[in-house]
Structures are given as C-alpha cells and as structure tokens.
Design a protein around this ligand. Structure first.
Ligand code: FES
Ligand code: FES
Length: 153
C-alpha cells in the first residue's frame, strides 16, 4: 500500500505517494524525473547513484525514500545548470574526465563531499575518497586530474 511522504530535494518540497520499500533512488528517478542520479548495481556496489543527504555523500539505492523524510537531499541537478556549471562539473569537462558518463554524476557528488572535507587533497586522498565509485571507462586518471583541478592543486 502506498503512503504519502514529503521529500526536500534540491531545495524544493515534493509530496509523493510511494510504496514502503521504495528506495530513494527509484523515487528520485521514477517519481521526480531526476535521472542524473543513475541506477547501476542497485545494491551498494558501484556509487553511480550517489546523492548528498544533509551534505553527506550516500548511495541512494541503499536508502528507503521514507527514511529520507526531513532531510535535505541534493542531486546532481541541484549543483549547477547547463548555463552555469558547478566548479567540479566544469573541471570534469575541462579535463576530459567523462567518457560514457554513466558514473559521472555519482563521481561528482562524491568529489564535492571530498573537497568539502579536504579542500586540497593529495592524489592518494583523492583515490581513497572516490574508492566507492566505479568507472569502467576512464582508468580514473582523468577523474583524479579533474578533482585536482577543481581543488586548484
Ligand atoms: S546503484 Fe547504488 S551503489 Fe550501484
Ligand atoms: S565514464 Fe563510463 S563508467 Fe565512468
């Protein structure tokens, strides 16, 4: 049976009828149309569904939508726009850190948290910070370079 929940996403409140076991990922994509957040493994193993919950990067496939009530959810759509990219998005484009792009939104959400916690990370800290986000295309080198660029390193 569906129940009505209220979610704050990118600063906007949404009332949505969801099944009790609906994940935050499914509600973001299937109910709210926020398809920048990707569904990969759907089981906590790839990181492409990463969003921010109260400023912390988390896998949205591993959280029930009900549990996200009362918390501030930010998706990639809440970071920047096509006209004005977020500095991390801009760095990924400039450094060519995007190939198929499937991992990119989750990777950027994780990079934002990393740079918030550690504004000038060394390479080892960057690689450690993105260890929960898999990329099957880039070999990670350009992603690491993009995060260094965003950090001004
Ligand atoms: S889709 Fe969530 S971790 Fe892979
Ligand atoms: S750019 Fe294709 S999976 Fe990372």
């Amino acid at each position: 049976m569906k129940q009505l929940i209220a979610l704050e996403v990118n600063g906007d409140m949404h009332e949505i009828a969801v099944e009790a076991d609906a994940t935050l990922l499914s509600v973001l994509r299937d109910n709210l149309g926020l398809i920048g957040t990707k569904r990969g493994c759907d089981s906590g193993g790839c990181g492409c569904c990463t969003v921010h919950i109260d400023g912390k990067a988390m896998y949205s496939c591993m959280m029930y939508a009900l549990s996200a009530q009362g918390r501030k959810i930010t998706t990639i759509e809440g970071l920047g726009s096509a006209e004005k990219l977020d500095p991390v998005q801009d760095a990924f484009v400039k450094e060519g850190a995007v190939q198929c792009g499937y991992c990119t939104c989750g990777m950027i959400m994780t990079a934002k948290q990393l740079l918030h916690d550690n504004p000038h990370p060394v390479e080892e800290a960057i690689r450690h910070g993105i260890a929960g986000n898999l990329c099957r295309c880039t070999g990670y080198h350009k992603i690491v370079e993009a995060i260094k660029t965003a950090a001004g390193n």
